[in-house]
Design a binder for this molecule. Structure first.
Ligand code: DOR
Length: 434
């Protein structure tokens, strides 16, 4: 592996409270030195990157992506999905288990994480919490943890039964990882394809009520309370893609109570509202759905005040023929890895004055901490040389056609973005260069 010197950049590393000009020396996949500009003297390196005018930050970490392999490689593969991740500035991604078959055994987990899959960035995975994600029997948390699981989730499907979620939280607490919950009371959302509200009424579509999300979040928080009191354990609940004011309110209160709850917000939930569905545009169909403008504003408030711990994309590729159907038939999900940083910088940094170190925290440091990725999301000496170099000022237009993903199902085709990734370096290797 060749050495790289990154000169004259503005280093933003929230974990070490650094926001200052620094030079970095990378060697054998690790950061070996971080010094004020010029202090490294003249070291011999294979490559020098001039980062003048650019931000140098720990590589982005996405704890919620769908890579579709095994089973649906016509939508995405681990190689194509992680190429999109690298282009988006990500150096670590966490793959969800709703593949075909569901990732619920050590053998499947190991197959997914095998280098032969061709991941361009560091790949982690959350296996299913229940066998086949059927909600009936827990998977082997301890064995899966030993094999590298960074959390457990029945993603796409909530763990609905109280007893099953109770058991999952206890098993995960013993394995010292989170249960990552897709909060949706599916007893309230059968046959629904967008948010319940005037827009759904106008379009004649059945709408998902906000209560469907809030009820599961509130139930899960109550389970945390019960388990802390009766079992002497401190389980970690991670709430995926929070989209409603009511759910984020419940999370805010639970944090004040010092329960171990973290949550993520997807870029589309702070950048768009239900009006984007327009004339039945299936590229705006996802689950949870785009919500009201008030919900969108509450998501931004939560990102500003720290209630929301991190940004995760829920990158969910689907083939064009699948999205070219009636709205109610089209699958849920949009791609997101290549638009997340550009949307965060435009909507959160420029339009809502969120400082750049907070953006880096939300997209790298905090998500790495939520799933305990040691030596990532931070840039101290001897940590992994996982780095994104970007400019925070270029205005550009995203085009789906230019995407590295195998799928093009994005509502952001032709949308303005702010800030461009120039280099993504994963374990000392340049995996993307603009
Ligand atoms: O929009 C979504 N897409 N939500 C989910 O819960 C699943 C995901 C997918 O796998 O396509």
């Amino acid at each position: 592996m060749s050495d790289i010197l990154i000169l004259n950049g503005r280093l933003i590393d929230p974990s070490n409270q650094i926001d200052a000009p620094r030079d970095l020396l990378l060697r054998n996949g690790r950061v070996v030195a971080i010094e004020t500009p010029g202090a490294l003297g003249s070291v011999e390196v294979a490559q020098t990157i001039d980062a003048s005018g650019l931000i140098v930050a720990p590589g982005l970490v996405d704890i919620h992506v769908h890579l579709r392999e095994p089973g649906q490689t016509y939508k995405e593969t681990i190689a194509t999905g992680t190429a999109a991740a690298a282009a988006g500035g990500y150096t670590s991604v966490v793959a969800m288990p709703n593949t075909l078959p569901v990732n619920d055994t050590v053998a499947k987990l190991e197959w997914m994480l095998d280098a032969q899959r061709g991941s361009l960035v560091k790949l982690f995975a959350m296996p299913a919490a229940t066998v086949g994600s059927m909600g009936e029997k827990l998977t082997d948390f301890e064995a899966l943890r030993q094999a590298g699981a960074v959390g457990f989730t029945d993603d796409g499907k909530p763990i609905l039964e109280d007893e099953m979620m109770h058991a999952a939280l206890i098993a995960a607490a013993r394995a010292e990882v989170p249960v990552s919950q897709h909060a949706e009371d599916t007893r309230l959302t059968g046959g629904c394809s967008m948010n319940a509200g005037s827009m759904a009424f106008r379009l004649g579509l059945r709408g998902m009520p906000v209560e469907a999300e809030a009820r599961i979040v509130e139930r899960d928080i109550q389970l945390l309370r019960d388990i802390e009191r009766t079992e002497g354990l401190r389980p970690h609940l991670h709430v995926q893609h929070v989209s409603t004011a009511r759910a984020i309110h419940a999370i805010r209160l639970a944090k004040r109570e010092d329960l171990h709850v973290t949550c993520e917000i997807a870029p589309h939930h702070f950048a768009l509202n239900e009006e984007a569905v327009g004339d039945y545009d299936t590229h705006t169909k996802m689950n949870p759905p785009l919500r009201s403008e008030l919900d969108r504003i509450k998501m931004i408030e939560a990102l500003l005040d720290g209630t929301a711990d991190c940004i995760a994309t829920d990158h969910a590729p689907h083939a064009a023929f699948e999205k070219k159907q009636e709205f109610e038939r089209a699958p849920n999900g949009i791609t997101g890895l290549e638009t997340a940083l550009g949307l965060a910088l435009r909507v959160l940094h420029r339009e809502n004055s969120l400082p750049l170190p907070r953006i880096v925290d939300l997209m790298s440091t905090a998500p790495a901490r939520i799933v305990s990725l040691a030596g990532r999301g931070t840039l101290g000496p001897d940590h992994f040389a996982d780095i994104v170099i970007f400019d925070a000022g270029t205005e550009w237009t995203f085009t789906a056609e230019a995407s590295r993903s195998k799928s093009r199902n994005t509502p952001f085709d032709g949308s303005p973005m702010l800030g461009q990734v120039r280099y993504t370096i994963c374990e000392g290797k340049i995996v993307y260069q603009a």
